[in-house]
Design a protein around this ligand. Sequence first.
Ligand code: GLY
Length: 347
Amino acid sequence: MSEMNRVTVDLGDRTYSVVVGHGTVAETASLLPEKSKRVAVVTQSGIPASLIPHFPNHQVTIHEIGIGEEHKSLTTIAALCSAFAQSGLTRNDVVVGVGGGMVTDIAGFAAASYHRGIPVVHVATSLLAMIDAAVGGKTGVNIPEGKNLVGAYWQPHGVICDLDALESLPAREMRCGLGEMAKYHFIARENLDELPFAQRVARSIEIKAEIVAADEREGGVRALLNYGHTLAHAIEIETNFAMAHGEAVALGLLFAAHLGHVMGRITSERVDEHYRVVNEVYGIDLVMPSGLVADRLIDAMGRDKKALESITFILDSAEGLEIVPGVRESDIRTALTEFVGRLTPRV
Ligand code: GLY
């Protein structure tokens, strides 16, 4: 195995490690709780067999969940919990989620619910899951009234990020992960692009780990992880999820830069830096999906579940990112016009 990084998420007696590197799936068994005898692996078809860990000293059952947002549901949680019970899983045993963010969200929530909470270990197989979904303990499913509206904070016992998984990741999924990765440049105000890619993954996880350790339940600073997400959620809703989350976040970061500039919080050079990171460092060169209407986007942003009072944004400033409530609609409109104008290729 080449170089391995171990990032610690420091949460007192729930502290855990995130193991990052090539071939780290082989480390998964070492992260299981000592007393566990049975492992319920939750995964999806299409995950390469080489990423499913081996547990020679455990009794293992494999549970595949469906592909697609419609399976991110309470029905899936109920089916998993029944399957866990039928395979004799006890509260001393462990769930292992192997997959992208959807799998780790579902495996985490099923583990949080079964026997009122049993340990879970995640093997993140997408970039987005490695640097975001699998770390930090947010789990959940969708209900007809909203995405991720039902869930629990349930910290994993450990997380594996095997960079070999990225070699077979479809290009669009990779782009989604890169969209989320771009936000860490602005959260940490570091030139992460100076780091080799593997170290950049580890550093992104470390930045998230520090924030989660400081504010596990998003009473304050954890909200900074939602930089770029207010417009992103609106775009996802208004395109009926045809635009994927990480892609929408990339656009949301650029919009947030324009909004920060319109509000006099950052310079135009700082706006350019957002474009440099998103377009040049990560090669994400998207335009706004056609048919989106400013009024509807603004309405959707106002309904965003992260809103604290009126329309709240995470915005940049000379001192770093800040939570900014009460953003004026006129500023949002001006920023949207500037943003769409700059994105649209000129002929
Ligand atoms: N994905 C944002 C968070 O974990 O808080």
